[in-house]
Design a protein around this ligand. Structure first.
Ligand code: ATP
Length: 300
């Protein structure tokens, strides 16, 4: 288990992380999201024991992370600073041995991951000869080569195309299935909400959104149903929990009190003759962020 307990980090007068708390359990994929400069990398550095919190503490299985944990942890830093003059194989042997791994095991796993990431031909190529996306794959492989129980990924998806993003997501899910704890950061809220269940969204070091994504969305209480067809607005208005029904050129927009009302609306819709669209809308994480902090994520 990873516990961030009331952690605060100050650089001089600047509060980079402000009393942040969250817990990650085996099998959790945890998203640490937020704008540029929100405090994500600082939080990771506290998790990795590279920075001492000014207040509070960070515990991995009840203890501070130290060198004795290196073979259980994988960390992908945000900077893409690989040693560019050596080959992929040499780099992996270097990082793997720093994690106390046997060279034969490192090479066996490297072959597996290069195949999985569809770049087996790069094993003996120098890092500088690889494209940016492929260097990112190598950096990711160097974080997972030791099959970590805690995987800390700082902006793993930035700059990846959709196909490679999906490859990374599949691997992260496999680690989840094996019971690893995964924590990653991103400033692209929409992009990650499809696969992480627990989130903290930071804004200027403070958690402005936190908890299970499903609960966050439920609590936000923005629920609309869009209906096109022969539904009767007056009948819909009589359903308990229907707050408002508006008609426009595309059909009806039905505002409901919570997601449970959608079942009653659906039961009515089933009695209609000709419905061509029934779509329950929930707020996206970006919309919730804008509502909470009063500006768009992309503007920052
Ligand atoms: P990004 O998405 O841009 O990588 P981030 O969420 O990872 O941002 P941090 O790098 O943790 O944010 O930075 C949080 C705040 O702390 C920022 O205001 C940043 O300028 C400041 N900061 C980070 N590192 C230092 C440092 N070593 N010395 C002083 N200030 C720092």
């Amino acid at each position: 288990m990873l516990e961030v307990k009331n952690a605060k980090m100050m650089y001089g007068d600047l509060v980079a992380v402000d009393h942040l708390s969250f817990t990650i359990k085996p099998g959790d994929i945890f998203g640490l999201l937020g704008t540029n400069g929100a405090g994500k990398t600082t939080t990771f550095r506290m998790i990795m024991g590279l920075l001492d919190p000014t207040e509070g503490e960070v515990l991995y299985n009840g203890q501070r992370v130290g060198y004795h944990n290196v073979n259980e942890i994988g960390y992908m830093i945000e900077e893409r600073s690989l040693l560019t003059k050596i080959t992929v194989k040499e780099l992996m042997l270097y990082f793997g041995q720093l994690k106390d791994m046997n060279p034969a095991v490192i090479l066996e796993r490297l072959d597996y991951w290069l195949d999985r990431f569809r770049i087996p031909e790069y094993k003996n190529k120098k890092i500088k000869e690889l494209s940016k996306g492929n260097q990112q794959k190598i950096q990711f492989i160097s974080a997972i080569i030791n099959s970590p129980k805690l995987l800390v990924l700082d902006e793993p998806f930035s700059g990846l195309d959709p196909i490679n993003t999906e490859l990374f997501v599949e691997v992260i899910r496999d680690f989840q299935k094996q019971g690893a704890m995964v924590v990653f950061s991103s400033h692209q809220l929409d992009h990650v909400e499809s696969f992480c269940e627990e989130v903290v969204v930071l804004e200027k070091g403070k958690a402005v959104i936190e908890g299970r994504l499903a609960d966050v969305k439920r609590a936000f209480k923005k629920h609309n149903i869009f209906i096109t067809g022969d539904a009767d607005p007056d009948q819909l208005r009589q359903i308990e929990g229907v707050l408002d029904v508006r008609e426009n050129a595309n059909g009806l927009k039905v505002k409901i009190a919570d997601e449970f009302v959608s079942k009653a609306v659906f039961d009515y819709i089933k009695t209609c003759e000709n419905i061509t669209k029934y779509d329950v809308e929930k707020a996206s994480l970006s919309e919730i962020f804008i509502a909470k902090v009063g500006h768009s994520h992309e503007e920052v």
